[in-house]
Design a protein around this ligand. Sequence first.
Ligand SMILES: Nc1ccn([C@@H]2O[C@H](COP(=O)(O)OP(=O)(O)OP(=O)(O)O)[C@@H](O)[C@H]2O)c(=O)n1
Ligand SMILES: O=P(O)(O)OC[C@@H](O)[C@@H](O)[C@@H](O)CO
Length: 448
Amino acid sequence: MEKTSPNEDADNRDPARPARPRTFPTREAGVRDRQPMDRSVDFPVSVVLPAGGTGERTGLQTPKQFCSVLGRPLISFTIQAFERVSWIQSIVVVVAKEYMDLMTDIIQRFQHKKVQVVPGGKTRHRSICNGVLALGEATREEGQMLAADRAKVVIIHDAVRPFVEEDFLYKIAMSAKEQGAAGAVRPLVSTVISTTSEGYLDHSLERAKYRASEMPQGFTYDVIHQAYQRCTESDFEFGTECLHLALQYCGTNAKLIEGPPTLWKVTYKRDLAAAESIIKETLSQSACIITGGSAQAVTLADALQKAVGALDTELDITPDLMGDNSKYLLEEWNFIQISVSHSCLSEVEAILMDLEAVNRALLHPVVVIWVHLNGLDELSVSRKMAVPAAIRDLASAAKLRNILVYGIQLHQSADTERWERSVLRVAEITSTLIRDRSPALVGQLLQA
Ligand SMILES: Nc1ccn([C@@H]2O[C@H](COP(=O)(O)OP(=O)(O)OP(=O)(O)O)[C@@H](O)[C@H]2O)c(=O)n1
Ligand SMILES: O=P(O)(O)OC[C@@H](O)[C@@H](O)[C@@H](O)CO
């Protein structure tokens, strides 16, 4: 069913399939968005992202926080998850001195806001402490350390935990404000045992009584600042738990809040692949078919919508991306342009210009698939030959702007069965291209 505006499909959609809640990948990496929340937080909240580690356990040369995920450093996804939260005032990223220039470049390249970079330390606690001190200095630079600022909440979150949602951050911030400290916990997956010096089992802990301490954690500024003022060199050198410092040195017992499974930390190389897969899955859940209004294109779009729907990608159909329909440019990550008979790529070029005008591909790769429906009349050989080269050239230029352009050619057929097989092939190819976002197939004109 073609619609004139993205909001109209709810009542025209097939009653068997409930209207898709218009949720889109948040700007948080790989986390399905709920509607943006209008939480009001009446106290200042800042964030410290420790990112000064070497990522030894990945076995990679590049520290994991700077490793590329879908063409973007992992840390950029985490920063994004925080900068999109309106009630967070500032973010301090703590990186090793030798990576401060790289971190500054990342901030500029991905247009991150509210971010300050400070040098890390030899251990995680030293890095976090540097971040907390920087928050204090920032406030002092703006004049006196105001009482309100002393009451502010500091959220501490490992920079290699990219999947964090606003509503959980809100819970942590509110609990930290009330209790002085709050932390995320998750059920243990493995049982914890202690071993003898000879390497034998000494005893095992009753797993149900224990939790894994995760991130984010929240503290009032005073508590975490005081904890780091009072802790020992041994804490700095060997400790891994900020909640412990709050209890040990400030008598502040943290409120523990069970967090979602998305809070996991990228630790090993395989975790980077897992993170990329989660983000791809989130980006590929919906797509928009642009028909240009032609009856043949609408027929094909309707057939595709039914076929691809079965492949678990929600498809919306629109005649264009103008007026109300321009909303898709800010909401979708995948576009399918159907061109009937004529083989020029002008409609694809128009989409690319529209996407560029809104800087849509800054943070995530956008997929544009050109479905070229050949009429029953044969294309002239010369025009047929020109098409693959044209899409290849257009796609290689678009790829530089993080837009992945693919082509699918199918031929009109009077034979219903043959036509249905072609449509199914287009649906399968489309789903795969959207899901995999493979750079290798960019610019190819695939035959359905
Ligand atoms: N001196 C350090 C060590 C760690 N971290 C940060 O603390 C977070 C969690 O630590 P972890 O996962 O252990 O990171 P690494 O220490 O880099 O990993 P590894 O132990 O494998 O070297 C990471 O964002 C890491 O960059 C930090 O800011 N400063
Ligand atoms: O120990 P690592 O440096 O790998 O990671 C830090 C984690 O231990 C830490 O983020 C949570 O356990 C909460 O304290």
